[in-house]
Design a protein around this ligand. Structure first.
Ligand code: PEP
Length: 248
């Protein structure tokens, strides 16, 4: 399977900083590279990023299509400004904003209904890992998030395994651990839908991926790429990561 690379810019970059960043990137041939940017950047940078062959996406969205939901942004509005995808269920949304598995499930349904590609993030925190609950936590996150989609499996879903303890800590999980977990996620997706679907589903890893450890993750059979936070903010590094993905 081809490898994927997605950036999560979080709440960083102004429009001019984002344009400068894109100006430092090479064009990509593979269509498996994307940047998850803040809402205010999307309209401005979507043309530029698409001209480079890079997808652009948001980092969350409302589960509602439209209505009196002050401060929220819908899938329809995201598509209107050129977003190709949305990140759903990121742990910073789960823990800082209080998004539950049930809310994430509604967002997944809305994304599918609006034909918006999405990256579903799942991952355990340190207490859950140390308590031996990693797989049961992941199973619950996965089954709840996808429970409304069982009859119409998502054709443009990507899953990112992002252990909370590895995000922004410089303490990435080992490629071996991630490969084992991603293989477990694939099995569970196979149970929910079918094995063929699970086989071709991209399952990424995110959590302190940098230029110097990306290759070690990419070399694993069940790691189909990376979702990169802080290291994706540096254009020079992100460009080198893109080249790594393009080389295959
Ligand atoms: C993330 O926020 O999705 C992430 C993986 O962050 P970092 O790479 O900084 O750990």
């Amino acid at each position: 399977m081809k490898k994927h690379l997605y950036a999560n810019w979080k709440m960083y970059k102004t429009r001019s900083e984002a344009q400068c960043f894109l100006g430092e990137l090479d064009c990509v041939v593979d269509k498996s590279i994307g940047i998850g940017a803040g809402f205010t950047l999307l309209s401005d940078i979507s043309m530029h990023s698409k001209s480079l062959g890079i997808k652009i996406g948001a980092q969350t969205m409302s589960e509602h299509l439209e209505g009196a939901f002050t401060g929220e942004v819908s899938a329809k509005q995201l598509k209107d400004v050129g977003a190709d995808f949305v990140i759903l269920g990121h742990s910073e949304r789960r823990y800082l904003i209080g998004e539950t598995n049930e809310v994430i499930s509604k967002k997944v349904e809305s994304a599918i209904g609006q034909e918006m590609s999405f990256i579903l993030c799942i991952g355990e925190n340190i207490e859950q890992r140390e308590g031996g609950y990693t797989k049961s936590v992941l199973k619950k996150q996965l089954t709840t998030a996808l429970c409304g989609t069982i009859d119409k499996y998502p054709s443009s879903m990507i899953i990112a395994y992002e252990p909370v303890w590895a995000i922004g800590t410089n303490n990435s999980a080992t490629p071996h651990i991630v490969n084992d977990i991603n293989s477990y996620i694939r099995e569970e997706v196979g149970e929910l839908y079918n094995k063929e679907y699970a086989k071709q589903l991209p399952i990424l890893y995110g959590g302190s991926v940098k230029l110097d450890n990306l290759e070690s993750f990419l070399s694993q059979s069940h790691i189909d790429g990376a979702l990169v936070g802080s290291a994706s903010l540096i254009a020079k590094d992100f460009n080198k990561m893109i080249q790594m993905i393009e080389r295959g």
